[in-house]
Ligand binder design. Structure first.
Ligand code: NAD
Length: 478
């Protein structure tokens, strides 16, 4: 069995403890054993990063761009290998995993260009003879803490801008997916970065994550994960005056109006509610349908659900892979029970499946006869479970769509320009989709939400500079 080490100060570091990484499509398959870091290793990673920052923050921008370009190229070159590992450890089917890996490669390439485009401003002074420059500067050591559901893309969209803008990084991936993080880190480690600029410390959130957020030499934390963890991290960061960015949960609405192209609407619901086993923060879990087409639409959707093949992530023909972990599967099944208990009708799926290999398989589920204040419509389930909420018209649909603590992505399926335009302006979400799934976004534009979904500046695109840099205002009298 292979052991995979942490990467600190330019070296692979062995550990006393290694955790087994299990394939959720086949519980007999051990992907590898991954080193578990501790407080001391975090301390070493942060101090190495702090030391490397002095040079890296002033490094030549062409050299920085070349390294990021090289990382992006290597990721894409090895996309099949990375995607197969991602599929094996997380359960995302290979085709979707390849999409995620290529996205990660393109993100590095995008930020290679951003190294050369970080312009400031010159501004006239209100006082005679004075010139003002506003420039952006890197922050220092940044702690990056990531979830399991996009184990290559989310680390990429934090690591790439952090490095591009001249910061040094301590990266802690989620416990469930160290393999993808390790392969990504191997590519970064071989890219020619100076020692200490990039560090990987795998291990539990409670120890490794906690040591990163409490380290006073960490200038900023970028976190993606659950609301509960995010809130805890925000409290610590606030008391330490650490800059913080949180991307958290979603309960994304998908409206389908009477005038929608129903075939298109059903396809996009299938895509955003059930693909990736519903384990996307942008998944649409609440499908809000106007009454003129309600029954027809439910029938169409259920027929399409029947055609979905649940299977091992590495098998050809699998549409929906297993749930990523036993704990997540338990949570999903408990919400099926909750939905039934609170009066919703389960029209399809929701049961655990026994396939050829033992894994965390379940059939995608659809509830109808649900109302907005049911728990299945308020709490993030994070599984292949969607609900239908019947409404009278667009006005009520919008009201229900916005009736949530979250606000990441919101979608509408309609052929009405008037309603689509109104929805873009009034949906209380960071991202709005018209005739498109709520999940599935471009890599070069801002990503993030409102209300309980996000806190702090947006990620991705040029907007990432808001988080990964601070501005300095310089006055010159000449
Ligand atoms: P999680 O909060 O359990 O874990 C996220 C990360 O935080 C992991 O690396 C974990 O080890 C670490 N962590 C846990 N406790 C910690 C602590 N006390 N201190 C520091 N770090 C700690 O989330 P998860 O289960 O891995 O991911 C699922 C969640 O992520 C869902 O809620 C989903 O909506 C959200 N998510 C959000 C986005 C987004 O961009 N909005 C994207 C993907 C996933």
């Amino acid at each position: 069995m292979n052991n995979f080490d942490n990467f600190v100060n330019g070296r692979w570091v062995a550990s006393e403890t290694y955790n087994k990484n299990i394939n959720p499509s086949d519980l007999t398959d051990v992907v590898g054993q991954y080193a578990q870091g501790d407080d001391n290793l975090v301390e070493l990673a942060v101090s190495s990063a702090k030391q490397a920052f002095a040079k890296w923050s002033k490094s030549n921008i062409q050299a920085r761009a070349d390294i990021l370009e090289k990382i992006g190229t290597e990721i894409i070159k090895h996309s099949q290998k990375l995607a197969e590992l991602l599929a094996r450890e997380e359960g995302k089917p290979v085709a979707e995993s390849i999409g995620e890996v290529c996205r990660a490669g393109n993100i590095f390439k995008f930020y290679a260009g951003e190294c050369l485009r970080l312009a400031g401003q010159t501004v006239p002074s209100v006082r005679p003879g004075i010139g003002i420059e506003v420039t952006r500067e890197p922050l220092g050591v940044i702690g990056l803490i990531t979830p399991w559901n996009f184990p290559i893309a989310i680390p990429a969209w934090k690591i790439a801008p952090a490095l591009a803008y001249g910061n040094c990084v301590v990266f802690k991936p989620a416990e469930l997916v160290p393999g993808s993080a390790w392969l990504l880190s191997e590519i970064i480690a071989n890219s020619g970065l100076p020692d200490g600029v990039f560090n990987l410390v795998m291990g539990p959130g409670k120890t490794v994550g906690d040591a990163i957020i409490n380290n006073k030499d960490v200038e900023a934390i970028s976190f993606t994960g659950s609301v509960a963890t995010g809130k805890r991290i925000a409290e610590v960061c606030q008391s330490n005056q650490t800059k913080v960015q949180l991307e958290m949960g979603g309960k994304n609405p998908q409206i389908v109006l009477d005038d929608a192209d129903l075939e298109l609407a059903a396809n996009l619901c299938i895509q955003s509610a059930f693909y990736s086993t519903g384990q996307r923060c942008t998944a649409s879990s609440r499908i809000i349908v106007t009454e003129g087409i309600h029954d027809r639409f439910v029938e169409l959707l259920v027929n399409k659900m029947k055609n979905l093949t649940v299977g091992p992530a590495l098998s050809k023909g699998t549409d929906i892979g297993p749930v990523a972990s036993e704990a997540q599967l338990k949570q999903n099944l408990s919400y099926i029970k909750i939905g039934i208990e609170e009066g919703a009708t389960l029209v399809y799926g929701g049961e655990k499946l026994a396939l050829e290999t033992e894994g965390y398989y379940m059939r995608p589920a659809l509830f109808v006869d649900t109302i907005s204040n049911m728990r299945i419509n308020r709490e993030e389930i994070f599984g292949p479970i969607a609900t239908i909420i019947r409404v009278a018209d667009y006005t009520q649909a919008l009201e229900v769509a916005n009736d949530t603590e979250f606000g990441l992505s919101a979608g509408i399926a309609t052929s009405s320009l008037k309603e689509a335009t109104h929805f873009k302006q009034h949906a209380n979400a960071g991202m709005v989709m018209v005739n498109l799934p709520t999940a599935g976004v471009d890599y070069h534009v801002p990503f993030g939400g409102v209300k309980g979904s996000s806190y702090g500046p947006r990620e991705q695109g040029t907007y990432a500079a808001e988080f990964y840099t601070r501005v300095k205002t310089a006055y010159t009298f000449a």
